[in-house]
Write a protein that binds this ligand. Structure first.
Ligand code: NAD
Length: 541
C-alpha cells in the first residue's frame, strides 16, 4: 500500500511538472543537453575527418567586420594560425578601429528600438533556429575549432555542443522570464513585475571556448532584447565569424549583432569606456577583468546609467582526495581535469591536495594514467592533447615549469617543443608547498602540483587558500566530509566524486567566487536577468 501511495505521489508530481512546463513552453520541447560524439565509432571518426578536410580546403580566407549587416573589409587584419602548425594560416580577419565602434553603437541603438519590442517568443525562436543550424553544421564547427583554437576532437565537439546548449537553454529561459513574477495583490490594487532589456552592450570572450563562450555570452543578452557589439579574442576570430553567419541565417535582424574583432590594445578600453555601453559581458583573465571592472565604474560625460559588468575570470582549481576514497576514480578525475585541452580551462585542476595516507598511491596511479595520454596535431589525428594556444602562453607555461622545478619535485613531463606548434607534455610536480607560486598562480597549461594534508581540515584549508574560487572537487566516501565541503569549500562550482571540469548548461550553472569573478552562473536560471532591468508597476482602481 505504502509503495502504491509513493508511486502515486511520484506520478502526480510528474504530471504537475509536465503541465507547468507545457504552460511555459508552448512551442518547444524540454531542454536536453546536446549529446557528445563517440569518436571510437569508425563512422563518427570518418565523418569528422571529412569535416576537417572541408575546413582545410577553406583555410586562409579573409573575413570582414559585420556592422548593421554590412560586410566591411579593412586593410589591417588579425591573422589566426593553427597552434599545432604555426605556419598554417586559418583565416585573416578585418580589424575594427574606433570609427567602426562608433558606427556599431549608432546601428545598435537604432536596432534596439525594434528588437526590444519584438516578442520574447520571436527572439527565442531565432536562438532555436540557430541551434538547429549549428547542429546541422556541428562537425564543421568543431573542425574550425581544431584549426582556430587547436582543440582535440572530443574537446572541440564538447565546445560546439555547449554552444548549441546555450542557444536552446537561453531561448527557453527567455520564455519563462517573459511572464514576469507573480506579485502579492491587495484590494483595489493591481501589482505587476516584469523584466525589460537595458540596451546595447559589449561582449568580450576568451579564446578557450571559442564557440561555446562566444555564443553563450552573445546570445544571452540578445535574447533578452539587447543589441551586442561582439569583440572576439584575437586568437580565435574565425570561429566567432561562423557564429555571426549562423545567427544571420536564423533571422537575427541587422544591427542586433555587430561583429567588431580587433586589437584589444586599440579598441578594448574604448569599448569599455564608451558612454553608450550599457553592460559588459567579459570572460577572460583576472588582470583584464579587473581593468574592465574598474574602468566601467567611471561615469562618462553624457552617460545616464551605471554600467553592468559581468566578469568571469581565472581559476586555480583544487581536487581534494580524502583518505577514504576510490583512488582509481581520483586518478582518472585528476588526469582528465588537469590535462583535458592541455589544462587551458578556467576550471582545470592545477592543484591536488591528498590525504597523507593515500598520497603516494594516488600520485602513482595519476602518473601511470597521464603517461598513456597521446599528444600531437589534432588537425591530423585524434589525439588527447594538442598544442597550447600561442607563443605567449607557451613561454608562460614553460617558465612556470622552471619555477616548479625549484618549488617541488618534477615526477612527470616538463618537455616542450615549439618548433612546429606549441607543444607541452603533461607535467606533474609533487611535494609542493600549498603557498608556492605554482600552487597559487594561474598557469593555464598542462601542469599540476600535488601536496599532502594530515586530515580533512587541512585538506580543506589548502583548497581554500588561494585568491580564486572557481571550481573544485572532493573525492571521498565519507559523507560527513562531503557535507562539510558542500558549505566550507569556497568555490562557485563544486563536484563530488568526479573531476572539476565539464559543467553542462542547465545542469551545472557556471561562475566563480572571490577573484574568479562576479558569479554570473552562465547556463543557469539567473543569467538573463543580468542583462535586464526589473520593473514594478502598481495600479489603483
Ligand atoms: P584575456 O584576459 O587575455 O582576454 C580575454 C578577452 O579580453 C579577449 O577577447 C581579449 O581580446 C580581451 N581584452 C584584452 N585586453 C582588453 C582590454 N584592455 N579591454 C577590453 N578587452 C580586452 O584572457 P584569455 O587569454 O583570452 O583567456 C584565458 C583566461 O580566461 C584565463 O584566465 C581563464 O581562466 C579565463 N576564463 C574564465 C572563464 C570563466 O568562466 N571564469 C572561462 C574561460 C576562460
Amino acid at each position: 500500500m505504502a509503495g502504491l501511495i509513493f508511486v502515486g505521489m511520484i506520478f502526480a508530481r510528474y504530471m504537475c511538472r509536465m503541465l507547468e512546463e507545457k504552460e511555459v513552453f508552448p512551442l518547444v520541447l524540454l531542454f536536453k543537453h546536446e549529446p557528445l560524439t563517440d569518436f571510437n565509432q569508425p563512422e563518427n571518426a570518418a565523418a569528422f575527418e571529412a569535416a576537417l578536410g572541408k575546413v582545410r580546403a577553406e583555410l586562409g580566407r579573409e573575413y570582414p567586420l559585420v556592422i548593421n549587416g554590412e560586410r566591411i573589409y579593412t586593410d589591417e587584419q588579425l591573422i589566426s594560425v593553427n597552434p599545432a602548425n604555426k605556419e598554417q594560416v586559418v583565416g585573416k580577419v578585418s580589424k575594427a578601429a574606433k570609427k567602426h565602434i562608433e558606427m556599431a553603437f549608432e546601428g545598435a541603438n537604432e536596432a534596439f528600438q525594434t528588437w526590444r519590442k519584438m516578442s520574447p517568443e520571436a527572439r527565442a525562436n531565432v536562438l532555436f533556429k540557430a541551434a538547429a543550424i549549428a547542429r546541422r553544421r556541428k562537425h564543421e564547427l568543431s573542425a574550425w575549432l581544431v584549426f582556430d583554437a587547436g582543440k582535440p576532437w572530443s574537446q572541440a565537439d564538447g565546445d560546439t555542443a555547449e554552444g548549441i546548449d546555450f542557444l536552446e537553454y537561453y531561448g527557453r529561459e527567455m520564455l519563462k522570464l517573459a511572464k514576469g513574477q507573480k506579485m502579492e495583490q491587495r484590494e483595489n490594487e493591481h501589482n505587476t513585475y516584469f523584466y525589460q532589456p537595458i540596451g546595447p552592450g559589449v561582449t568580450i570572450p576568451p579564446w578557450n571556448f571559442a564557440f561555446a563562450i562566444v555564443c553563450g555570452t552573445t546570445v544571452a543578452p540578445i535574447v533578452a532584447g539587447n543589441p551586442v557589439l561582439l569583440k572576439p579574442s584575437e586568437n580565435t576570430p574565425v570561429i566567432a565569424y561562423k557564429l555571426v553567419e549562423i545567427l544571420e541565417e536564423a533571422g537575427l535582424p541587422k544591427g542586433v549583432l555587430q561583429f567588431v574583432p580587433g586589437d584589444p590594445a586599440e579598441i578594448g578600453d574604448y569599448l569599455v569606456d564608451h558612454k553608450e555601453t550599457r553592460w559588459i559581458n567579459f570572460t577572460g583573465s583576472k588582470a583584464t577583468g579587473l581593468r574592465i571592472y574598474e574602468r566601467a565604474a567611471k561615469v562618462q560625460k553624457g552617460q545616464q546609467f551605471l554600467k553592468q559588468v559581468v566578469a568571469e575570470m581565472g581559476g586555480k582549481d583544487t581536487i581534494i582526495v580524502d583518505k577514504e576514497a576510490d583512488l582509481d576514480l581520483a586518478a582518472d578525475a585528476i588526469v582528465h581535469s588537469a590535462f583535458g585541452f592541455s589544462g587551458q580551462k578556467c576550471s582545470a585542476c592545477s592543484r591536488v591536495a591528498v590525504h597523507e595516507d593515500v598520497y603516494d598511491e594516488v600520485l602513482e596511479k595519476t602518473i601511470a594514467l597521464a603517461q598513456e595520454l597521446t599528444i600531437g596535431d589534432p588537425s591530423e589525428k585524434n589525439v588527447y592533447m594538442g598544442a597550447v594556444i600561442n607563443q605567449k602562453q607557451y613561454d608562460k607555461i614553460t617558465s612556470y615549469i622552471e619555477i616548479g622545478k625549484k618549488e617541488g619535485k618534477l615526477v612527470l613531463g616538463g618537455e616542450a617543443d615549439d618548433s612546429k606548434g606549441f607543444f607541452i607534455h603533461p607535467t606533474i610536480f609533487k611535494d609542493v608547498d600549498p603557498k608556492a607560486r605554482i600552487m597559487q598562480e594561474e598557469i593555464f597549461g598542462p601542469v599540476v602540483a600535488f601536496t599532502k594534508g594530515k586530515d580533512f581540515d587541512e585538506l580543506l584549508d589548502i583548497a581554500n587558500n588561494t585568491e580564486y574560487g572557481l571550481t573544485g572537487a572532493v573525492i571521498s566516501k565519507n559523507r560527513e566530509h562531503l557535507e562539510r565541503a558542500r558549505y566550507e569549500f569556497h568555490v562557485g562550482n563544486l563536484y563530488f566524486n568526479r573531476g572539476c571540469t565539464a559543467a553542462v548548461v542547465g545542469y551545472q550553472p557556471f561562475g566563480g567566487f572571490k577573484m574568479s569573478g562576479t558569479d554570473s552562473k552562465s547556463g543557469g536560471p539567473d543569467y538573463l536577468k543580468l542583462f535586464m532591468e526589473a520593473k514594478s508597476v502598481s495600479e489603483m482602481f
